[in-house]
Design a protein around this ligand. Structure first.
Ligand code: Q0N
Length: 288
């Protein structure tokens, strides 16, 4: 096994290591977070689903923007990536009215400062996708900012290019998902610049952890939609009570298995590749 490198950061479910000066290793664990709390029970192969999906999208969106992926490790859960100068922004793209966007709209008639027509329903498709940038606050919690403030933060030219890239990536992902029975309600991108100053897609992309995926067959605006991947876990947490405070509950075996199957199914629907083939050879997602 290759050396993992120097540990330089942790997310809720992923780890970041330095590989020398100019490369990183992004490793996705099997941890799952629900209602913003990481549960003590892992979902086997969840990290491989997320890593495989990211690599799949990186291979298929290079015509929109180049990306940081250099290699998929044979373990299927880690990616070697080029080290970039990250933009201090998350580019959230929303095609539907859900989550904090819906709460914002109900309270203000707008989503992050974008005025919208009255009378929209929860989970309704928006007239056009919105970019709602957020900063990664030191507290770890993201803070929405206006596009004007985001443009000031990174410069108007860079912001304009990045927001167009984010919209094009969302459009590509949403069209691909829709043709396969999945609604891509919203998603988040992270972008950086390489040594030549070229804009590059980084982090993970178009995965269940960075996106809201809904099953298209049960989609109906007018209320919340079930999450493609996490709904079993959410339902079970709601049924068994608990206060949504850490530490979360241990999951029973049937909830673990059902959730694992949902992740594998999302991988197969979106990629058209049997998940077992990915486990056998992670490089299968790179072929066009
Ligand atoms: C980077 N983050 C935030 C892993 C993901 N290619 C890159 N070059 C330089 N820095 C980063 C990347 C990437 N991707 C991205 N931190 C550093 C997202 N992290 C949070 C922790 O888990």
């Amino acid at each position: 096994m290759p050396e993992p490198g120097v540990h330089i950061g942790s997310g809720k479910v992923r780890e970041l290591y330095a590989l020398g000066e100019d490369r990183l290793l992004l490793a996705a664990s099997d941890r799952i977070s629900v209602f913003d709390v990481v549960l003590p029970t892992p979902i086997p192969d969840k990290g491989r689903v997320l890593t495989g999906l990211s690599a799949f999208w990186f291979a298929r969106t290079q015509h929109i923007v180049p990306n940081h992926l250099l290699a998929i490790r044979p373990d299927g859960r880690s990616l070697e990536c080029g080290r970039l100068d990250m933009l201090p922004l998350e580019f959230v793209v929303r095609g539907y009215l859900a989550g904090s966007g819906w709460r914002d709209y109900r309270a203000t008639g707008a989503v992050c400062g974008h005025a919208l027509p009255p009378g929209l329903l929860e989970s309704e498709r928006l007239p056009h996708p919105l970019v709602t940038p957020a900063t990664k606050a030191a507290t770890g919690h993201d803070e929405n900012i206006s596009e004007a403030d985001a443009a000031e933060l990174v410069g108007r030219e860079q912001y304009t290019e990045a927001r167009e890239v984010a919209l094009a990536l969302y459009g590509f992902g949403a069209a691909h998902a829709s043709a396969r029975g999945i609604v891509l309600a919203d998603t988040k991108f992270e972008l950086g610049a390489d040594e030549a100053g070229r804009l590059m897609l980084a982090d993970e992309a178009l995965t269940p952890d960075s996106s809201r995926f809904w099953p298209a067959d049960s989609y109906a605006a007018g209320g919340p939609q079930p999450s493609y991947d996490k709904q079993f876990v959410r339902d079970w947490c709601e049924r068994t009570g608990g206060d949504k405070a850490p530490p979360g509950p241990e999951l029973p075996a049937d909830v673990v298995e059902g959730t694992r199957a949902r992740y594998a199914e999302a991988f197969e629907l979106l990629t058209g590749i049997p998940f077992a083939r990915y486990l056998d050879d992670p490089q299968v997602v790179r072929a066009a």
